[in-house]
Design a protein around this ligand. Structure first.
Ligand SMILES: N[C@@H](CCC[C@H](N)C(=O)O)C(=O)O
Length: 256
């Protein structure tokens, strides 16, 4: 079976053209393919399938083989894949687990429209919201030396989150006006990843609430630079776009 590898700011994915719907979906098999020693190695695996009324359907699995909620960087990579396959031109509408998404392709950058966000839990220590996936956002000093793995894991497996299915955990440092640095512990990868698209989306919204950052936020992640653009009205956050590079890095054959 032919596979492709894509990455978006270092969030990396095995991608398969599954328009024939012949990929043998099993948690164990997907975890093996994503394993960085015994498999191809990736933060997740995506299938591109057909869907009536849409250019394609995105089916996303985390690297532990569980079917994930929405993956923003994965969505950007799958748009690039559809473009590389010639399924789409420079704009698309596709369907994913959290609903319909629009996206635009430019030379290096994919701009992906995320779901509207209205329901935000604000506490003194953190903000929690669903941007397609659940995200905890907290602010720290000296992010570069922060223990993202241990602290993220404790929050992800702690209450009240673990009994609600867990959460991704984002650590934020303010680096300037409309600028953040973010590191993320990802549920389903169970480790820090180099970037998380739904995660930086949550961080940008949190920064609007806490810091008054408006209309856009530039975000440095471990694997590069992302931008979030949004509109904030009395109805919440709309026209939220995740913007950044997504590229094919290699292709190959899955032997078994
Ligand atoms: N890396 C993703 C997030 C993937 C989903 C997440 N791990 C979960 O299951 O909650 C992104 O770019 O958004």
């Amino acid at each position: 079976m032919k596979f492709y590898k894509y990455q978006g700011t270092g969030n990396d994915f095995v991608v398969v053209d599954d328009r024939s719907k012949s990929f043998p979906i099993s948690q164990e098999y997907i975890a093996q393919l994503c394993h960085r020693r015994f498999g191809i190695g990736a933060d997740g695996l995506m299938l591109l399938q057909e869907a009536e009324g849409y250019d394609f359907k995105m089916v996303y699995f985390n690297s532990d083989g569980t079917e994930g909620s929405m993956c923003g960087n994965g969505g950007r990579c799958l748009v690039r894949f559809a473009h590389d396959l010639g399924i789409i031109g420079d704009s698309t509408v596709f369907i994913a687990v959290d609903g319909e998404h629009e996206a635009k392709v430019t030379k290096e950058v994919i701009s992906l429209k995320m779901i509207d966000v209205n329901d935000i839990e604000k506490t003194p220590d953190y903000d929690f919201m669903n941007t397609g996936s659940p995200h905890y956002v907290t602010y720290v000093n000296d992010l570069q030396n922060y223990d993202v793995y241990s602290t993220g894991k404790a929050i992800r497996y702690g209450e009240p989150f673990v009994s609600k299915g867990g959460t991704n955990v984002n650590f934020v440092e303010v680096t300037g006006g409309n600028a953040l640095a973010v590191r993320t512990y990802e549920r389903g990868v169970e480790d820090e990843t180099y970037a998380c698209g739904t995660g930086v989306t949550a961080c940008a919204i949190s920064a609007n609430i806490r810091l008054g950052f408006d209309k856009f936020v530039d975000i440095k992640v471990m694997g590069g630079q992302l931008r979030i653009e949004f509109e904030h009205t009395e109805n919440g956050y709309q026209n939220v776009f995740l913007i950044g590079p997504a590229v094919r890095v290699f292709e190959g054959e899955i032997l078994n």
